[in-house]
Write a protein that binds this ligand. Structure first.
Ligand code: COA
Length: 314
């Protein structure tokens, strides 16, 4: 089956960055009333990385993606930085990253919480369809700065990291077959962080709605792509909780073995988690040219986003 394309653009190459400092579950057990076993069983997380700045991690990931793309950075027309943890209120952290990478292009932050990278990817396709040649999309977070390290209900989950992708215009059909973005503002109070405050979360409400949001976004994007779940070779889900991904896959009829999971070593890095999981699959040779990928994110808002793409990158 030749899949129809909804955009004349493709993903070229990926890059990632993680802070050096490792925080294990055992470290957390010394800080709050929890255990390694509890965290592992309820979330799938062994350890996470924390430290650095959002701009620093974003620039590191972006630099790797540009190098692997083997392109002249001057040909990048736009930098989209998906983040929910910008370094400053103003300017957009994307402008700082632009300067660090020496780019001459438009730059903006995009906050769609943990769905941010998938939103950014879809936005990049939109800009390219309007005439841009290349767009650098980065998801980067330093959630450790927004985490209450005395709250065992949240501090076991969140962490820092970055992932990036270069998207470029193609002569023929592009790699995007279906997409979906969504938000349900009625669930805002389930996960939020006020200015100069720490993350507040109602874990069970998020869990239940995340499973439904992930399934809905995936189904909508598959429908646009005129594909079924069986056509998907690998799922790249937001890394929030192994049990959320397991439950969503079950509802979609996709074997869990088809997912790429890095949460055991990264924790929940919000908008960085999808590119981190995608790059991990690619680096292990799990993603081959022509494979069909389902990228799906969900997060505070509650936002959700999904994209069905064919891998045509390096
Ligand atoms: N260590 C040990 N016990 C803990 C704990 C911890 N870190 N956190 C909570 N508990 C306790 C609770 O106090 C509760 O105790 P009780 O039964 O005596 O009242 C018990 O464990 C069960 O708590 P519950 O909240 O029902 O656990 P859970 O199975 O729902 O797991 C989360 C908690 C946070 C791991 C889970 O709800 C979750 O992952 N939710 C989604 C969060 C998420 O993904 N957010 C980001 C979205 S992008």
């Amino acid at each position: 089956m030749t899949a129809h394309s909804v955009s004349g653009a493709r993903m070229m190459a990926l890059g990632t960055a993680l802070p050096d400092k490792v925080l294990t579950n055992h470290d957390l057990a010394k800080m709050v009333d929890t255990t390694h076993e509890w965290i592992l069983e309820r979330t799938g997380i062994h350890e996470r990385r924390i430290g650095g700045t959002t701009a620093g991690l974003a620039a590191e990931a972006g630099r790797v993606a540009i190098e692997r793309s083997d392109i002249d950075p001057a040909t990048i027309d736009l930098l989209i930085l998906a983040t929910t943890s910008p370094d400053r209120r103003v300017p957009a952290t994307a402008s700082t990253v632009q300067e660090m990478l020496g780019l001459s292009c438009g730059a903006m932050d995009l906050n769609a919480a943990c769905s941010g990278f998938v939103y950014g990817l879809i936005a990049a396709h939109g800009f390219i369809n309007l005439g841009h040649h290349r767009v650098l999309v980065i998801g980067a977070e330093t959630l450790s700065r927004m985490t209450d390290w005395t709250d065992r209900g949240t501090c076991i989950l969140f962490a820092d990291g970055a992932g990036a992708a270069v998207i470029e215009k193609t002569e023929g059909p592009g790699d995007l077959h279906g997409w979906h973005v969504d938000s349900n503002g009625a669930l805002e109070s389930a996960l939020y962080c006020d200015f100069d405050a720490k993350i507040e979360m109602s874990g069970q409400a998020i869990f239940k709605n995340a499973v439904l949001a992930m399934e809905h976004a995936a189904r909508q994007s598959l429908e646009m792509a005129e594909m079924s779940a069986a056509d998907i070779d690998i799922v790249i889900p937001h890394q929030a909780n192994v049990r959320i991904v397991e439950a969503s896959c079950k509802r979609l009829g996709i074997p869990y073995e088809k997912t790429s999971m890095v949460i055991h070593r990264t924790g929940n890095t919000s908008s960085a988690s999808v590119p981190l999981a995608l790059e991990d699959a690619w680096s292990r040779g799990r993603v081959k040219k022509g494979d069909r990928l389902l990228l799906v994110g969900f997060g505070a808002g509650m936002t959700s986003a999904a994209a069905v793409i064919t891998w045509d990158g390096k």
